[in-house]
Ligand binder design. Structure first.
Ligand SMILES: Nc1ncnc2c1ncn2[C@@H]1O[C@H](COP(=O)(O)OP(=O)(O)O)[C@@H](O)[C@H]1O
Ligand SMILES: [Mg+2]
Length: 321
């Protein structure tokens, strides 16, 4: 049994226009030492997947399917039980450190908080360990910054603090949701290298979320391509990028912003846009935008094998490039 086994995970969110099916049957396995990337355009359900795994979905979300973590079922688990896992066994780094860090608490206190809560450390011990962690994430002048507030730090430094807090209790699973999107290009590489180094050193599992194909190519063993709340293609990173079997993956790759282009821009060369969840077609979610659509695509496509340990949910895959 892998450490994390997700089967048919579905999440629906009540909205003004009815239930929005944000996740439509996600399957995923992760073991310690595995690094997996989740890629797709904005609005396709990447963050929702992360929040579902962490038990942090918005109020009213309806969840079905299964999330087994070390053989414990997390779907339906009381929040008090999830709290024991969050920050200790599984941790998350968010896109925008300013919203994830508490502006009213010092950096040292925020890194110490999980140590006190989960490991029962006293103030002095937790402060010493916080300093060690801030040095480990190479926060400049770490000792002086224990008593600084988040707004006194740069974006990159805040992200280092969030990484230190996430890793404080030595989690087995780290989820990083667009951890560098809010940062300057020059700092993005440093932060990704830092995450990769820490993940490798402690043999954690990493779920890295990004819309940047270059980030994926360099940082994860496997990728899952997400669209409309479904995983449309998954496999070894090199295999997926070499084959681009699903027309959506193919489109994403062609739409890849060129080096030096404005970052954070939408991928605009796939015609059409990500549909509202309540409006998604019943079959393949990409059918309305797909250049290869067939009548058949009104039925949901099952995963078809593309190669070894590589599959795509498509009745009419793109030809090999
Ligand atoms: N709190 C919420 N209530 C209702 N719908 C939401 C909420 N948060 C996100 N959504 C919707 O869920 C879908 C998936 O969003 P999200 O997982 O944030 O996408 P991504 O991270 O891939 O950009 C989007 O259509 C978004 O509008
Ligand atoms: Mg997101």
């Amino acid at each position: 049994m892998p450490m994390l086994q997700v089967n048919s995970l579905q999440v629906a969110l009540p909205g003004q226009r009815g239930l929005a099916r944000a996740l439509r049957g996600i399957d995923l396995e992760l073991d310690r030492g595995d690094t997996v990337g989740l890629i797709g355009e904005s609005g396709c359900g990447k963050s929702m997947t992360a929040l579902a795994l962490m038990g942090l979905l918005p109020d009213g979300a309806r969840v079905s399917g299964s999330i087994r973590f070390d053989d414990q079922e997390l779907v339906g688990l009381p929040d008090a039980e999830l709290c024991k896992l969050r920050g200790r066994r599984m941790a998350m780094i968010f896109q925008e450190p300013m919203t994830a860090l508490n502006p009213l608490h010092t950096v040292g206190a925020q890194v110490a908080e999980p140590l006190r809560q989960h490991l029962g450390m006293g103030g002095r011990e937790a402060r010493a360990e916080s300093l060690r962690l801030l040095e480990q994430v190479r926060l400049p002048q770490a000792r002086a910054r224990l008593d600084a507030y988040p707004h006194q730090l740069s974006g990159g430094q805040r992200q280092r603090v969030m990484i230190a807090a996430a890793l404080a209790c030595g989690p087995d699973l780290l989820i990083a949701d667009e951890p560098t999107t809010a940062l300057d290009v020059t700092i993005q590489r440093d932060i990704l290298d830092l995450i990769a180094e820490l993940v490798a050193a402690s043999h954690m599992a990493l779920l890295l979320i990004s819309h940047d194909l270059g980030v994926m190519a360099q940082n994860v063993q496997r990728v899952m391509v997400m669209y409309g709340g479904s995983i449309v293609e998954s496999g070894q990173t090199a295999s997926v990028f070499a084959r681009l079997a699903h027309p959506y993956t193919h489109g994403l790759f062609r739409a890849r912003p060129q080096l030096g282009a404005a970052r954070g821009g939408r991928l605009e060369t796939i015609p059409g846009r990500v549909p509202e969840l309540v409006d998604l077609p019943p079959g393949c979610p990409f059918a309305d935008r797909c250049p290869r659509v067939l009548d058949l695509c009104r039925e949901p496509p099952p995963p078809f094998p593309v190669g070894t340990d590589h599959a795509a949910r498509c009745f009419n895959m793109s030809p090999p490039p």
